[in-house]
Ligand binder design. Structure first.
Ligand SMILES: [Zn+2]
Length: 353
């Protein structure tokens, strides 16, 4: 993926605006921790920030453009994206912008950390700022984190650090407490869809199909989009069909087992993420059921492949029922995000539906 300037990034407008303003005022804290779900663009924002602080020809831009209603003149600084410095950051060869990323064994070795820290002892060579970017900082071995402590506490002149992580709790408390934390939220489905189309060349139809299943993570959407989702779709539809007929609790609990255990001969439990995908599909089908029941045009359905099945279910989910069931799915998803067990969650949901 090519690098993007702050204005090109999709989502996180509040945070990118905050960063741009701080860069402009030269008040950006020298140690930042970008925390938030994986696949939402923390690393892209970190790189764009490094680009902006070192750009030779920074531009003024309205970062809020497109999200509407910002007064004229409310501009913030951003990288030009074209100068020699921007180009080098984009290609990962800027001598003053150092990137530490986990190796194939998902760890950042102490030797690499020491190497980078040794370089921070000198003034920046060609840039205005030396920026050390650490991706998935939770993969730093404890030894490496300890090696970083002194630099985080008192960054060498002209040097700043940006750490990104989806599990800030795994970092040593001493590392966490030395960084100013920015919390990244999930992207909206619309943001995920537009990133899929604009930056990854997917069709509008494919993007709109995958985005609502991805839990606000572009990374998750990319992992999903080329997969065959028919199995998940069948599981979701299966549970809706089973619960439509007012089956008793015991048979519902049995139906839920198709969701949480792999089924068939494999005794393997499905992962939390897989179960979440099924639940997001159910949510999307329940929305469609509501649409059908309110007489909406079939062209607006999110699951056009299932129009026939959905029409057959519409009566069972009339009145308030689709909306109530949607609320239950939503609560189940929240519980999964908070690490509740898949068995407990799906059985609860099957009884609630
Ligand atoms: Zn530039």
């Amino acid at each position: 993926m090519h690098d993007m300037t702050l204005r090109d990034l999709i989502g996180h407008r509040r945070l990118t605006t905050l960063l741009a303003r701080a860069i402009e005022r030269e008040s950006l804290p020298p140690t930042l921790l970008f925390a938030g779900p994986s696949g939402v663009g923390k690393w892209a924002v970190a790189r764009a920030t490094a680009q902006t602080v070192n750009c030779l020809d920074p531009v003024k831009t309205d970062l809020r453009q497109g999200s509407g209603g910002q007064a004229a003149g409310d501009l913030a600084v951003d990288a030009c994206g074209k100068c020699r410095s921007c180009d080098r950051v984009a290609r990962g060869v800027h001598v003053d912008v150092m990137m530490l990323e986990p190796d194939e064994r998902a760890s950042i070795k102490i030797d690499l950390v020491r190497e980078v820290l040794a370089k921070t002892g000198y003034r920046p060579f060609e840039g205005r700022k030396r920026v050390v970017l650490i991706r998935e900082a939770d993969t730093l071995e404890p030894q490496s984190q300890n090696a970083l402590l002194k630099s985080l506490e008192e960054p060498p002149p002209g040097t700043m650090f940006i750490l990104t992580t989806s599990v800030p709790g795994v970092l040593l408390p001493t590392v966490r407490s030395r960084c100013m934390r920015l919390r990244f939220g999930r992207l909206t489905s619309a943001e995920v869809a537009s990133a899929l189309v604009r930056d990854h060349d997917y069709s509008d139809v494919d993007a709109r199909g995958a985005a609502p299943l991805a839990g606000g993570s572009l990374g998750q959407a990319l992992a999903l989009i080329d997969n065959d989702l028919s199995m998940f779709r069948e599981l979701a539809m299966g549970l809706l069909q089973h619960t439509a007929g007012r089956a008793d609790s015991q048979s519902r609990v049995q139906a839920a087992s198709a969701l949480h255990s792999g089924g068939g001969s494999s005794k393997k439990e499905r992962t939390r993420e897989d179960v979440a995908i099924v639940l997001r599909m159910m949510a999307s089908m329940l929305r469609d059921l509501e649409a059908i029941n309110s007489g909406a045009d079939r062209a607006v359905l999110a699951n056009p492949l299932l129009t026939g099945d959905l029409e057959n279910l519409a009566r069972a989910y009339s009145g308030d029922r689709a909306r109530v069931a949607f609320g239950a799915v939503d609560r189940a998803l929240t519980a999964l995000e908070r690490n509740a067990g898949t068995k407990v969650v799906t059985e609860w949901l099957a009884v609630q539906m």
